[in-house]
Design a binder for this molecule. Structure first.
Ligand code: HEM
Ligand code: HEM
Length: 210
């Protein structure tokens, strides 16, 4: 079965995102706000969450810039259907799902691309609302109305990030177990299909034809 190919930059940014967002989610389970006088670990986790969160924002913004300016992996067209043909691909993928078949993971765009796009939006939302809260909330004392609003929003969006992390990671593993080598192609630099992708950077025939 043919494997999907990813450029080096996409794989590099994705690795950063996968690691940092995973750390953010698990650190949030043990962190304690400084004024709550929790354990040292809890307070350290809180500081880590803030620092890694700012790094997450930087990676997310780099990913958007890469997707906006490069066509190597289909650019924004991989995430969002920009024309009729791309929308038809999504309906086709939905029909496959209805008949209990996973959409074809060897093509870019389609339902899989749209879900990746929504995941990227959720992570962007989490990083931006977290940063807004970080800027607006005072070091000591009560947070104002606006800061509290961003805090609530951050917690709400973080739930979607959890859902995406579980769903996306789980389905990637499922595809891999079906023999599609999705994990190797995304995470292993030496993967055969990625080597051939390096020579073809700048083109993505499937999406260009749409
Ligand atoms: C992709 C990036 C991020 C993810 C996935 C993430 C995830 C989470 C999660 C799951 C929680 C726990 C929510 C709950 O208790 O219901 C949380 C809370 C929190 N996050 Fe983030 N976060 C991110 C970025 C940031 C950034 C950039 C900052 C600030 C610099 C930040 C600051 C906070 C704070 C202060 C809380 C605690 C809020 C409270 O005490 O209620 N986060 N985050
Ligand atoms: C919550 C953190 C994550 C985010 C935001 C994320 C986001 C994305 C995005 C946007 C893509 C499309 C490629 C790109 O443009 O980068 C993608 C693909 C992929 N991700 Fe993640 N990812 C995350 C975590 C993970 C984890 C933990 C795994 C491993 C279990 C994983 C495995 C994959 C694989 C295998 C692909 C390629 C799928 C395909 O061939 O269609 N991701 N991810």
């Amino acid at each position: 079965m043919n494997s999907k190919k990813w450029s080096f930059n996409t794989r590099f940014l994705h690795l950063g995102l996968a690691i940092i967002v995973t750390v953010q989610l698990f650190v949030s389970l043990v962190m304690v706000e400084p004024e709550d006088k929790g354990s040292l670990l809890g307070r350290l986790a809180y500081e880590t969450h803030e620092m890694f969160g700012l790094a997450a924002l930087a990676i997310v913004l780099m990913h958007w810039a890469w997707s906006l300016f490069s066509k190597a992996d289909g650019g924004l067209g991989h995430f969002f259907p920009t024309n009729k043909k791309a929308r038809e691909r999504i309906y086709e993928d939905l029909r496959s799902l209805m008949s209990a078949r996973l959409p074809d993971s060897n093509k870019k765009g389609g339902l899989v691309g749209l879900i990746h796009g929504m995941g990227l939006i959720a992570v962007t939302g989490a990083a931006m609302t977290g940063t807004a809260y970080f800027i607006l909330a005072p070091e000591v004392g009560e947070a104002g109305f606006l800061a509290e609003g961003f805090e609530e929003l951050h917690e709400g969006i973080a739930t979607f990030v959890w859902a995406y992390w579980i769903g996306h990671g789980g389905i990637a593993i499922l595809h891999h177990l079906r023999g599609e080598k999705t994990l190797f192609d995304m995470f292993m630099p030496g993967s055969k299909s990625n080597k051939s992708a390096r020579t073809k950077i700048g083109t993505n025939k499937e999406l260009e034809q749409h």
